[in-house]
Design a protein around this ligand. Structure first.
Ligand code: SF4
Ligand code: SF4
Length: 381
């Protein structure tokens, strides 16, 4: 890890009053020397947590006052090309985005500051070359097109991933209903954590800020309760920011599967002691009695009645599909298939789906791109 990635700045901030939040966020940016990362000519995407349509005081979503302060801090550093982009849960449509921006207080904030809220539904399937668990992700175009991503998370406990902070916030770079698809592909908690780290490594936010002024405790990400924590956290590393967030809420970082995975890859410090903490004394902000979530694991299907799990899984998991007219019968897909479930018949590949484990190796190996990954139409967004 680079030394800059061990630096975390923590500022006390007792409420969402504009002047106080602006001052605290400016101090975070200054301490992290943000001017080295952003400036004139850089296209910047701010990625808040807008999980669903909730009022800011419900502590489910990043507070608009924090996002506004980030916009102002970026503009003070000469950034003019900037927008706010997020894919909430549920379908990724313009109507739903507008409704969530309105309900979360983002529309009013954006109108006041004249900053753009993303309504472009473009998504690009993107390779993750250094991935260990998931080698391709569908990513929102405004995130991909940005020179710099600023991750502005909400600090919450989470029933599936234990913590929702700066690393988990990036799951919203995957559009709408393609998120449950990833839950289905990686039902095991450790595998899901590996996928999240692959995604975080792909998106690589330059700055990560966590809104813990009023955090969510208990059964987050949406069913917990607001809890004043009076803290803003920032780092160049989303992992380091999350380790500091853990310290504030009395959660050992090794209990968080995604941080464990990041530690194993040498991306994340294993404890607070390995961080350089600046700003206000972190000990004065710690609340060890912060309520943790009842961990239910990351297997999305466990929430579906048993009798429906098979069909739901089949619907949510995309399949490889051979475009027969384009197949040249080279057999590379059959050679790469770990299940030996592809045969070449009359110079065309044929898949026996009953044995297919949806690893998509065939899709990656085809030299003429004759294998698509197809999903059920409802999940196109
Ligand atoms: S997705 Fe994997 S298991 Fe299925 S046919 Fe392709 S290579 Fe074989
Ligand atoms: S790798 Fe592509 S072109 Fe070759 S047999 Fe398989 S589908 Fe056809």
């Amino acid at each position: 890890m680079h030394n800059d990635d061990r630096l975390v700045v923590v500022k006390r901030c007792d409420g969402y009053e504009t002047a106080e939040v602006d001052r605290a966020v400016e101090e975070l940016f200054a301490a992290l020397h943000a001017e080295e990362l952003v400036g004139p000519g850089k296209r910047v995407a701010i990625k808040p947590n807008l999980l669903m349509r909730r009022r800011p005081d419900e502590a489910t979503t990043t507070h608009p006052a924090v996002v506004a302060a980030v916009v102002k801090a970026l503009r003070r550093r000469g950034v003019t090309d900037l927008l706010i982009a997020e894919s909430p849960s549920g379908q990724y449509t313009k109507a739903r985005l507008k409704s969530i921006y309105d309900g979360c207080g983002m529309t009013a904030m954006a109108e006041e500051l004249k900053v753009a809220l993303n309504l472009d539904l473009g998504v690009t399937q993107t390779s993750a070359p250094d991935a260990r668990m998931c080698r391709e992700f569908p990513i929102l175009d405004p995130i991909l097109q940005a020179d710099v991503v600023v991750d502005v998370a909400k600090l919450k406990t989470h029933m599936m991933t234990t913590l929702s902070g700066c690393v988990k916030n990036l799951f919203g770079c995957v559009p709408g209903l393609l998120k449950p698809e990833l839950h289905c592909r990686f039902p095991d908690q450790e595998d899901f954590a590996g996928m999240l780290i692959d995604l975080c490594d792909l998106v690589r936010p330059s700055l990560s800020i966590c809104d813990g002024i009023v955090a969510m405790e208990g059964n987050g990400p949406s069913g917990g309760s607001p809890r004043p924590l009076s803290a803003l956290i920032a780092s160049r590393s989303p992992y380091a920011a999350d380790v500091a967030a853990c310290a504030l809420i009395g959660l050992p970082p090794k209990q968080v599967a995604m941080l464990r995975e990041a530690m194993g890859r040498g991306l994340c410090p294993s404890s607070l002691e390995e961080l350089t903490i600046e700003g206000d004394p972190i000990e004065s902000l710690m609340q060890p009695d912060f309520q943790k979530a009842a961990n239910q694991g990351t297997d999305f299907l466990m929430r579906v009645p048993k009798v429906f799990r098979g069909p739901v899984k089949a619907l949510l998991t995309p399949k490889p599909h051979i475009r027969v007219k384009d197949c040249i019968g080279c057999g590379r897909c059959a050679e790469s298939c770990p299940q030996h479930t592809i045969r070449i018949v009359d110079k065309k590949a044929v898949i026996a789906y009953s044995d297919c484990i949806k690893c998509y190796c065939c899709h990656e190996m085809c030299p003429v791109k004759a294998i698509d990954i197809r999903r059920f139409r409802l999940f196109d967004l």
